[in-house]
Each structure stands twice: as structure tokens, then as C-alpha cells.
Design a protein around this ligand. Sequence first.
Ligand SMILES: Nc1nc2c(ncn2[C@@H]2O[C@H](COP(=O)(O)OP(=O)(O)OP(=O)(O)O)[C@@H](O)[C@H]2O)c(=O)[nH]1
Ligand SMILES: [Mg+2]
Length: 234
Amino acid sequence: MGLLTIIRKSNHKERQLRILFLGLDNSGKSTIVKRLLNAPDWQEQSPTLGFEIHSLPFDLAHGNDETAKSQQAVRRGRQFTLNLWDIGGQRTLRPYWRNYFERTDGLVWVVDSHDAARLAECREELWSLVVAEERLASASLLVLANKQDVPGAKGLEEVRRTLRLDELAKQRGATVKVMACSAVRGDGYNEGMKWLVGDCERRLYWGSSTMQGTVAVKAVNDEAGNTAPTIAAA
Ligand SMILES: Nc1nc2c(ncn2[C@@H]2O[C@H](COP(=O)(O)OP(=O)(O)OP(=O)(O)O)[C@@H](O)[C@H]2O)c(=O)[nH]1
Ligand SMILES: [Mg+2]
């Protein structure tokens, strides 16, 4: 067993997940990460020149909602520590993205839904990562259609179509979840993260936890009884 495999197993035992935030520059990755961290300075954003790592305690019942956690007993065994990797998306930085792929459990692809002119570029980058990169093949994939608060922003369906997410899910043989969100309004991303962490949990722990069997929820049976990957739109 290689060293990386040992580290990965040990992280999973401690319920640590490695989550990458990727997407074109200006899509809102850092803003979403700061919102998840409940950082008071989430509005003070400048382009990420490299990467930042943050650790986030995350509870599958409540996400990052501290108030809800203090009001209810925390359900044992469904808590995780998320290591969030917020990576700069500028074109000159993209060749370095591949340096971060090792041991990735979940990928959050953030889209600026208002930047119609760059949706095609966004699709090319996403596809070149997810289809060509073996180290991401088994990662859970969440697409956040961000900036829904901006008038004229493309809706969920249009983002899904333009990024050809149905086709992408088929190619990967795994669910792709796409959710609308607005980092400014503060909606969508927490739900998205709950799905992502739940999906990681099902993949990594379902054999030994109460989640066994629920993985079938994500697949649809066609008439011939074959299971097919699904696109789950919120
Ligand atoms: N209106 C609106 N603006 C947003 C939203 N999310 C982020 N922004 C703004 O978009 C700009 C870019 O946000 P960042 O979070 O820095 O984007 P990024 O994806 O981290 O960019 P890079 O680090 O360059 O890759 C900032 O001015 C944010 O305030 C949103 O949901 N709605
Ligand atoms: Mg950034």
C-alpha cells in the first residue's frame, strides 16, 4: 500500500475530507468558502493568487449552521472535518490546478452564471478536468451556478445545458449535482455542500454505516433495468 493510500485511509478514519473549489476566475469560489466559514469579511475579496486552505467542521444534519447545532444534540458519527482548498482560477494559474488533485474526495465547480460570454470556456475547463483527469474520476462532483442574485444571470437549466452536465454524468458514470446559489444572498451553497459531503459519505463509508443501500437513490433504472447516472438539479 503506497504512502498516499495510507494517508487517505487515515484521513477517512478521522472523517476528514479533502474538497477542492475550482472554476474560472471571478466565479465566486473564495466568497463561497468565506461564507461557509462564516467569515465576517466575506465581502472583501481579491483574486486568489495561488491557493488557500481552510478547515471547516461540518455536520451533515446542519451543514455549517452553528445555531442549529447548539439547539439540537449533534448526531454522532455524521460530523466531518472538511479541508477546503480554494484555488485561484485565473488563466495563468490553471496549469497548476493539477498539483492539487491527489486524494481529492469532492470537487466543487463554481460557475459565474451571469458571465454568459465565458460559459463555453467554463465548460471546456470543467470537461478537460473531469473527463481527462484520472485522479478526479472518483471524486463527488457538485456544480454551483453562482451569482443568481444578479439580474440576467443564467438559470440552473441553462447552466446545466451549456455545460453539458447530463453528458458529463454519463461519461463519468456518476451523479453530478448542480445547484443554484448566490454567495451574496447567502443561499444554495450550504445545501450543495450537504449533498457533496453526503455523497462522499455514501461512497467512502456506506459499507460500514447506516447509509448502506441509499446509494441507489442517486441512480435511475431504465426500462431494461440498467442503472444510469443521474443529474440531480435542485
Ligand atoms: N453579485 C454577486 N457577486 C458575487 C457573488 N459571489 C461572488 N461575487 C463577487 O464576484 C467577485 C469575485 O469573487 P471571488 O470570490 O473573489 O471569485 P474567485 O472565484 O475566488 O476568483 P479567483 O480567486 O480569481 O479565482 C467579487 O467581487 C465577489 O464579491 C454572488 O453570488 N453574487
Ligand atoms: Mg479566489
